[in-house]
Design a protein around this ligand. Structure first.
Ligand code: MFK
Length: 154
């Protein structure tokens, strides 16, 4: 039920992500009427969510839980409803518990015009972070997350 990537979420973004070379991922997200802000255009906060999701996927490559500490988004072109954004993201450097990342989103093709760019700092946390701070979760939710790590790092 993740609002970013959950396939069963009724109005979520349904972001899909694929691991790339080195510490990179590529993702895509199609803007629907559920994601509209101004008439006919994607809501900027929704676009930030898409970037948070794709950037957050980078943590599966290093196998340590981390959460978004800082996320900065630059909106360079309006994104019409119906657009598919192709988002490329990379880990730029790691400094202690801080993971510095960047990403850019292109309109309707991997080499399309750049619509949005983002940079982020994720902070590594202990696995207990989610149990201590979240609502009580079913064991199946945790095992699904663990299975995702195994899928990326078999
Ligand atoms: C099962 C896994 C699933 C993963 C799914 C990913 C989903 C997508 C990503 C998200 O949306 S996560 C949800 C949104 N983010 C949050 O809810 C985070 C809320 N904030 C916190 O929990 C804490 O503030 C945080 C863990 C980020 C930091 O608290 P700590 O007390 O652990 O950090 P500490 O103060 O010890 O600082 C450690 C280092 O991180 C740095 N830091 C802390 N907060 C920061 C921040 N906000 N921005 C940048 N850097 C930060 C801090 O300066 C320091 O750097 P140095 O080591 O160089 O001194």
């Amino acid at each position: 039920m993740c609002v970013g990537c959950g396939p069963d979420h009724p109005t979520g973004l349904h972001v899909t992500v694929t691991a790339g070379e080195g510490l990179t991922v590529s993702g895509s997200f199609t803007v629907t009427d559920d994601h509209q802000g101004a008439p006919g255009l994607a809501h900027g906060g929704i676009l930030s969510l898409a970037f948070d999701e794709v950037l957050g996927s980078l943590i599966w490559l290093i196998g340590e839980p981390a959460v978004t500490g800082h996320l900065e988004t630059s909106y360079r072109r309006p994104v019409p409803v119906g657009t598919t954004l192709y988002i490329g993201a990379a880990i730029d450097r790691v400094d202690g518990r801080k993971i510095y990342m960047s990403a850019s989103g292109r309109e309707n093709a991997v080499d399309g015009p750049v619509s949005v760019t983002a940079s982020a700092v994720f902070v590594v946390v202990p696995a207990t972070h989610f149990v201590e701070h979240g609502r009580a979760v079913a064991p199946s939710e945790l095992s699904e997350a663990a299975a995702k790590v195994a899928e990326v790092n078999p």
